[in-house]
Design a protein around this ligand. Structure first.
Ligand code: UDP
Length: 386
């Protein structure tokens, strides 16, 4: 008999499973509908022996020492300072836009003056979201903001979200602020990198515990029944233990209030028989092309001895719920959040059901934040709370 059922084996489900099994001594059953564990962090070697991130590039970065230490029990790291450049016409410029970028874009005397103004306005080392920078009345700061808006955010955001930066939630563009420093790193977190042998191996090790049983190729939605009077049945019998659901809530409830909007991505992988395709792990295409970015995996994983190189181009599109499509990003705004809340309200009567993760909570979580949330939930449940 199981104590806990977890639907989904991504970061959320896997971290929760391990903590509940190990610290809570709970018998945990993990149901994963794909043929593999790991959710969208799943990585594997392709036919050329190059480790690829099958559902898009994931770079772990955190200031959360607890999460870093927890993951480090299950993996060593290939640690590297992640840097991104944007291809802007014939130039490659560091992203996030920072003082190095400023000096590449403007001639020295002007850039020096602009730099002083930015430091006076925001302070050295600060992080200014583009939508905030645009509000500054100073004409030179306006000029920088306009450059960044036009050359970094507008087209990329139109591709990624099908909407302008004004139309999407400000926290999304705020993920990539203008940096008032000479820091070319994409993230400023203390720890950054990828698990040395990949996310899949790290997550497999996490799931490898005597109290955890994993069933892949099993859809939790088919295995569970939610009765009108607030009970959850597992394989036809009432299950009174905790159920952690990490999938899409609208799908779980058969889209009864209509579909929650998500953005999806079409990943097109290419192998090139060259040693180095683009010299960077990630190049963002912020003013041209239909894809948003190209990731070259060997720079991400440190596989410098690989023969040839594998890249992936990301083509965003609106998720429609069709067979084979994957919802990657919740499109958070007032209307959509309200629709989500309607679904969430519907399942409150299942007091042993816990919604966890990007999909189940309709949120935009990074790996470390997701892990922290999973750890917190598991600790709460170990403590006997509901
Ligand atoms: N963004 C942009 N241009 C860039 C990088 C990011 O317009 O060169 C915007 C875009 O709207 C994107 C958001 O900032 O969706 C967040 O970017 P991030 O790299 O964090 O996205 P993720 O890696 O999670 O897809």
């Amino acid at each position: 008999m199981k104590d806990v059922i977890i639907i989904g084996s991504g970061i959320a489900g896997t971290v929760a499973a391990r903590k509940l099994a190990e610290e809570g001594h709970k018998k945990v059953l993990v149901l994963e509908r794909r043929a593999h564990i790991g959710g969208n962090c799943y990585d594997k070697k392709d036919e050329h022996g190059i480790l690829i991130h099958v559902y898009g590039p994931h770079i772990f970065h955190t200031n959360d020492e607890g999460v870093y230490q927890y993951f480090s029990r299950f993996t060593d790291w290939y640690a590297f300072p992640h840097q991104v450049v944007a291809q802007v016409n014939d130039k490659q410029i560091p992203i996030p836009f920072n003082l190095n970028t400023l000096h590449m874009v403007y001639p020295k005397p002007k850039a020096d003056e602009m730099e002083r103004k930015l430091i006076d306005a925001y302070g050295e080392g600060s992080r200014v979201p583009i939508m905030k920078l645009r509000e500054n009345p100073d004409s030179q700061i306006q000029e920088i903001a306009e450059y960044v808006y036009q050359n970094v955010f507008l087209r990329y955001t139109m591709k990624q979200w099908g909407q302008t930066p004004e139309q999407i939630s400000p926290e999304v563009t705020g993920r990539v602020p203008v940096l008032i420093s000479y820091d070319n790193r994409y993230f400023q977190d203390v720890h950054q990198g990828v698990p040395k042998n990949g996310f899949t191996e790290m997550l497999e090790k996490m799931l490898d515990h005597e109290n955890i049983e994993v069933r892949v190729g099993v859809d939790g939605k088919d295995a569970l029944t939610f009765t009108e009077d607030g009970k959850i049945l597992f394989e036809g019998e009432e299950f009174t233990g905790d159920v952690i659901f990490t999938g899409a809530l609208d799908e779980l409830l058969n889209w009864k209030y209509g579909q929650l909007p998500y953005r999806s991505l079409d990943f097109r992988f290419e192998y090139h028989p060259v040693n180095d395709y683009q010299g960077h792990a990630v190049v963002n295409y912020t003013v041209s092309e239909d894809f948003t970015r190209i990731t070259e995996f060997k720079h991400l994983t440190g596989q410098n001895d690989a023969i040839g190189t594998t890249i992936v181009k990301e083509y965003p599109f609106a998720y429609e719920g069709k067979e084979g499509q994957i919802p990657y990003y919740a499109i958070m705004n007032e209307t959509n959040n309200a629709l989500y809340e309607k679904y969430a309200a519907d399942v409150r009567k299942y007091t042993n059901l816990h919604l966890l993760g990007r999909l189940a909570e309709y949120k935009y979580y990074n790996v470390d934040v997701m892990a922290r949330k999973a750890m917190d939930l598991a600790e709460k449940l170990v403590g006997g709370e509901r």
